[in-house]
Design a protein around this ligand. Structure first.
Ligand code: BDR
Ligand code: CA
Length: 322
């Protein structure tokens, strides 16, 4: 029987946790378990030029220079970024420690066009892991209505259902940055997969984990970078009390990769999800319509629990492979 290797587009705004998700994917590609079709960078944690530069440097570090990288579609309104968590370069202020890449931001294709072209070339075959504000996906759907239905699956890191938000009291960052875009994506099909903050808040990556990876490959530049990025992310997580004082940081975005390759580590519920796009205090809030008992009209699967020890076992073993 032919083994099906997942073909993936990663839509990302690096971002420390985005970089861990990307490194995990690079490891899976190197193990012959995944195909990275493209990276589509987005605005979010930092500005478009920085997310493009960070993705370029990480792909270069991982030796995947032939993978296309798209540049972010502009968000139509001003918002607050998360450079205070991820560093002004989105990579823990470590960009100068990595070799330059040859890619040009100015001449790169826009991310929405990369998504459209890839989905038209391989309808039904590509999984999109979206770990940034959903501007690129929404722009692709607006430009080419129905295009997101051509993805095999769309997996979002986003939303906060039964817990407080992380950028406002009620909203999670990826949704709050561009709520209208999140609504377009949720309207695009009936099987959007969402891993929300409620679950990713239990995924704390620790210094000890970085140390285990480094011990497996003491000379590896990637392992050294992982340890340095982990230290930076822990310092800002402690400053902003993201982990209630635990010495670790929340590796939110890696949850999407964990779901795809270790699906047994998650539990799910079916739901009708809507996005608050108007509220003065609640803009970007994700809401479940619990009246829909029969689940008619549901648009999403929402992760409700993660088996963190097994999730981290998969992540650490794969990162050791790099
Ligand atoms: C999300 O917000 C960003 O800061 C992270 O990279 C992640 O995608 C978590 O709310
Ligand atoms: Ca992100």
């Amino acid at each position: 029987m032919e083994k099906l290797i997942p073909k993936i587009i990663l839509d990302t705004d690096p971002g420390g946790d985005d970089i861990f998700a990307l490194l995990w994917l690079i490891s899976l590609v190197k193990q012959g378990l995944a195909e990275l079709v493209a990276i589509t960078t987005a605005e979010g944690n930092v500005a478009a030029e920085q997310t493009f530069a960070a993705a370029s440097k990480i792909l270069n570090l991982g030796g995947l220079n032939d993978v296309e990288i798209g540049r972010a579609v502009a968000v139509p309104h001003a918002t607050t970024d998360a450079a205070h968590i991820h560093g002004s370069d989105g990579m823990g202020n470590l960009s100068q420690t990595l070799p330059e890449s040859d890619r040009s931001f100015e001449t790169a294709k826009y991310s929405d066009q990369v998504i459209i072209d890839a989905l038209l070339a391989a309808p039904g075959a590509i999984t999109i892991l979206a770990i940034a504000p959903f501007t690129n996906l929404a722009a692709a759907e607006t430009q080419h209505p129905g295009i997101l239905r051509q993805a095999k699956e769309i997996v979002l890191m986003g939303g906060a259902f039964g817990c407080a938000g992380n950028i406002t009291a009620h909203a999670e960052f990826n949704v709050a940055y561009h709520p209208e875009a999140a609504q377009v994506v949720l309207n695009s099909r009936s099987d959007i997969v969402m891993v929300p903050l409620d679950v990713t808040r239990s995924l704390i990556f620790t210094e000890a984990m970085a140390h285990t990876i480094q011990q497996a490959n003491p000379e590896s530049a990637i392992a050294q970078f992982i340890a340095a990025l982990c230290s930076f992310m822990i310092s800002t997580a402690l400053t902003y009390r993201e982990t209630q004082g635990d010495r670790g940081f929340l590796i939110h975005d890696a949850a999407t990769v964990g779901y795809l390759f270790y699906p047994e580590t998650f539990l799910w519920r079916r739901a009708t999800v809507q996005i608050e796009t108007q509220g003065l205090w609640t803009r970007g809030q994700t809401l479940i319509d619990n009246r829909q008992v029969a689940k008619a009209g549901a648009n999403a699967w929402i992760a409700t629990q993660v088996d963190a020890p097994n999730f981290f076992m998969g992540l650490i073993e794969d990162l050791k492979y790099l």
